[in-house]
Design a protein around this ligand. Structure first.
Ligand SMILES: COc1ccccc1CNc1ccc(C(N)=O)cn1
Length: 245
């Protein structure tokens, strides 16, 4: 997988990729991130990439020409590449998108600054617009890095054998069960006995129940979209009853 990032601040894509899992995966050649400075495609003495908005108003808008030139050039090398735009007006980015996008050979991220992009960029050059949450940031770079991280976890070999993206929270649509590790007692708080029992069936049931409880308590709306077994429904009824009392 090759990620091309179009940004005014390519340096923002250096250190997050020099650490840990992502750095190791890059070293293993599992993926590559190429950050390009949009200014390389800008014209004129000052290499301008933004300008004042037609119709007046605050702030600046990113000019369409440098972006169009950059995308055209990148797509010459990767004609099937999808162009993704990071914007507060985008589709809410979800785990399912991360899983799907991991199957692409090449993705091009377009990171905006200022008040965003000239509308003609969206209309003609962009395949999909994503938002990582309902808040406004100073630029699209951090959202792009967040998406790259989430997508890379689904690339074969990135997570290594010890854990898999398939058992993530949200994969089965439920929140994660609580995790414990040594010591068995910490500040007087013991690990639940079931986890020390060695009874894997009981442990699996307990974990599923904890997922249902946690999802019911924190994100009940997710339960509408989850495929629940008969057993799940029974457990949920019990939990709902308990939470009422
Ligand atoms: C005023 O900023 C913009 C306006 C329009 C487009 C891009 C930007 C850059 N900022 C962004 C980008 C993405 C997100 C998000 N929620 O994913 C938040 N902020």
């Amino acid at each position: 997988m090759i990620f091309d990032v179009l940004t005014l601040f390519p340096e923002m894509f250096v250190s997050p990729l020099q650490e840990s899992i992502l750095a190791r995966a890059i070293k293993q050649g599992l993926f590559e991130v190429r950050a390009h400075n949009l200014r390389s495609w800008a014209e004129g003495k000052h290499l301008t990439t933004d300008d004042t908005p037609y119709g007046g108003g605050d702030g600046m808008v990113m000019k369409p020409e440098p972006i169009a030139k950059a995308i055209t050039e990148l797509k010459q090398q990767a004609p099937t590449a999808k162009v993704l735009l990071m914007t507060p007006q985008g589709v809410p980015f979800r785990q399912q998108h991360a899983r799907e996008l991991a199957h692409e050979e090449n993705l091009i991220f377009l990171c905006g600054r200022y008040e965003g992009f000239d509308e003609r960029v969206r209309q003609t050059l962009v395949d999909a617009e994503f938002s990582i949450g309902d808040f406004v940031l100073t630029g699209g770079e951090l959202p792009a890095m967040v998406m790259i991280d989430a997508i890379c976890r689904h690339l074969p070999g990135v997570l290594g054998s010890s854990s898999s993206a398939e058992t993530d929270s949200f994969v089965d649509g439920l929140l994660e069960y609580p995790q414990y590790t040594r010591p068995a007692v910490f500040n007087g708080m013991a690990v639940p006995d079931v986890l020390l029992s060695g009874d894997h069936g009981r442990i699996a049931n307990w974990r599923r129940e904890q997922q249902l409880l946690r999802t019911l308590q924190r994100r009940p709306e997710l339960l509408e979209k989850v495929l629940l077994t008969e057993q799940d429904e029974k457990v949920l009824d019990l939990l709902r009853h308990k939470l009422k009392t």
